[in-house]
Design a protein. Structure first.
Length: 84
């Protein structure tokens, strides 16, 4: 079986990947809202934790640069999702 350290490492990797998927999703969800799309503003079941992760993404310099690249090069969500 897996050792405790190996399970922790796997969980940490999964959380990091989810963080990046959420970061990419936020760029395109924000774009949809600006273009008249509907989006729910109700708090998620994750509540505080979800807001904390969202705030950490907004202040991450790599994520900010990714946003510029998305705009400058017209990168699609599908392209970025496939990269992740």
């Amino acid at each position: 079986g897996e050792g405790l350290g190996e399970m922790d490492s796997t969980l940490a990797s999964r959380l990091r990947m989810q963080w990046w998927r959420d970061a990419v999703a936020e760029f395109y969800e924000n774009d949809d809202e600006e273009n008249g799309g509907s989006s729910s503003h109700e708090p998620s079941s994750a509540g505080f934790l979800s807001q904390t992760y969202s705030a950490s993404r907004k202040h991450n310099p790599i994520v900010r640069e990714l946003g510029r690249a998305i705009n400058d090069a017209a990168l699609t969500r599908r392209f970025l999702d496939r990269m992740i």
